[in-house]
Write a protein that binds this ligand. Structure first.
Ligand code: 5GP
Length: 200
């Protein structure tokens, strides 16, 4: 019988690259996968609900959570704070399941220090132009914020070598298939599994 250890998967990459859309599509067809819902100080966008996309908190509440050591990692991104609560990640890993974190690059660097055995996937846009188009198309940020996010993306793409896999988000279906294949293959990896012919 093959049994799995818990596995932590980090999906990261520049903002606007479509990480959220890819992860949502992945979860829609893969019920066994668990998602780490982050805490943020940014306001909810239309259609976002508390506890689904994020836990929306004030800066004060977020600071309290930092003080109480409740985050696995946290980072400031374009004027807002984002953090991964420790509790859920730890409980999923203890149950031997796979948990997926969709976080920015600063957060991914922090998590890698704590979980070097995790799987680190970097999502890239087909081009900077495509990224700009996506950020404008979202229609939720001001021109100034979009420009800041684009400048940041150029810097962030330089971190690619710290990751295990790179997935280009050109065709969403192809990108989702790639993500799925990576996670399935890593779950079958000998170093992450225990195999015994005897009942234990
Ligand atoms: P957005 O405001 O567009 O939802 O997210 C902005 C950025 O914050 C994205 O790159 C997203 O992946 C990242 N992010 C979301 N949650 C977390 C988190 O818990 N920690 C970190 N470090 N980044 C996060």
């Amino acid at each position: 019988m093959v049994s799995n250890q818990g596995m932590l998967v980090v999906v990261s990459g520049p903002a606007g690259v479509g990480k959220g859309t890819l992860c949502r599509a992945l979860f829609a067809e893969w019920a066994g996968l668990e998602y780490s819902v982050s805490v943020t100080t940014r306001s909810a966008r239309p259609g976002e609900t508390e506890g689904k996309e994020y836990y929306f908190r004030t800066r004060e509440e977020f600071s309290k959570m930092i003080e109480n050591n409740e985050f696995l990692e946290w980072a400031e991104f374009c004027g807002n704070l984002y953090g991964t609560p420790k509790f859920h990640v730890e409980s999923v890993l203890k149950r031997g399941k796979t948990i997926l974190l969709e976080i920015d690059i600063q957060g991914a660097i922090q998590v890698k220090k704590l979980f070097p055995q995790g799987v680190y996937i970097f999502i890239v846009p087909p081009s900077l132009e495509a990224l700009s188009k996506r950020l404008h198309g979202r229609g939720t940020e001001t021109e100034e914020v979009i420009q800041r996010r684009l400048d940041k993306a150029v810097q962030e793409i330089k971190n690619l070598n710290d990751y295990d896999y790179v997935v280009e988000n050109d065709d969403i279906n192809v990108a989702v298939e790639k993500l799925k294949s990576i996670i399935i293959a890593e779950n079958c990896s000998v170093k992450r599994t225990h195999f015994s012919l005897k009942e234990e």
